[in-house]
Design a protein around this ligand. Sequence first.
Ligand SMILES: Nc1ncnc2c1ncn2[C@@H]1O[C@H](COP(=O)(O)OP(=O)(O)OP(=O)(O)O)[C@@H](O)[C@H]1O
Length: 275
Amino acid sequence: MTETDPPEPVLSARGLVKRYGRVTALDGADFDLLPGEVLAVVGDNGAGKSSLIKALSGALVPDAGEVRVDGRAVHFRGPLDARRFGIETVYQDLAVAPALDIASNMFLGRERRRGGPFGRWFRTLDAGRMRAEAQRVLDELGIKVKSITQPVETLSGGQRQGVAVARAAAFGSKAVIMDEPTAALGVAEAGKVLALIDRIRGRGLPVVLISHNMPHVFEIADRIHVHRLGRRVAVVSPRTHTMNQVVGLITGALRLTEDGTVEEVASAVHTGLSP
Ligand SMILES: Nc1ncnc2c1ncn2[C@@H]1O[C@H](COP(=O)(O)OP(=O)(O)OP(=O)(O)O)[C@@H](O)[C@H]1O
């Protein structure tokens, strides 16, 4: 690789297809996540964004196409397969167990056992170690809570989202994928989640962010993947393109040319169908 070569994507996909009966959710979708970046995925309702990230996180098995990790083809049969590759996903519906405390939530399904015969034979949990580790991750990410032992149901929406994001950041070693992490939050709490994403990027972990919130996307993303009708139609930078242009790409009013500029898509009236 020379200095001018683009970096190898950490996570990528080529030609993904997913059909639900007559509906084509993914229609030959490509995807590339570069090291250390925040990549926003934007698109209209039904464009196939969720289907795309489900394929990348193992929650959906595509009918055709390929997912690659560090350039090598992988075949995820479920979310656990993706996790084994260090790909963690935070879903829109906040997969936390409300009655359990913060530390238990962070280690849900990955509990630490005590060493020695107790851990081995009685499967005794190492609560102290889990609490200490959970606290360390929260501190590192700047998430403030009263106590690591408080039930998650006593937290605000933003704090809960923080716990879900912290869990992904703690276990993700390759990439963190987030589906609308700020959708249900107020302005202040959404700001904190954006700051959290920034810190995760600061630790060198790339983040995929699905969002309908254009100001958030422009605030945090390094690049923007525009999804339309089941496939990637453009990748642009918030530094070189405006929000209006991105909205035009989403609706199909604009398209990206080879040199990276955008142009209006001629309507039927302009295409010679009428004199
Ligand atoms: N399990 C399913 N069964 C049937 N159709 C589905 C299923 N999941 C998604 N679809 C359809 O596939 C298309 C793409 O859906 P998808 O959820 O991926 O889009 P999206 O861009 O994430 O939309 P939104 O922004 O509204 O969440 C839609 O037409 C949707 O109705």
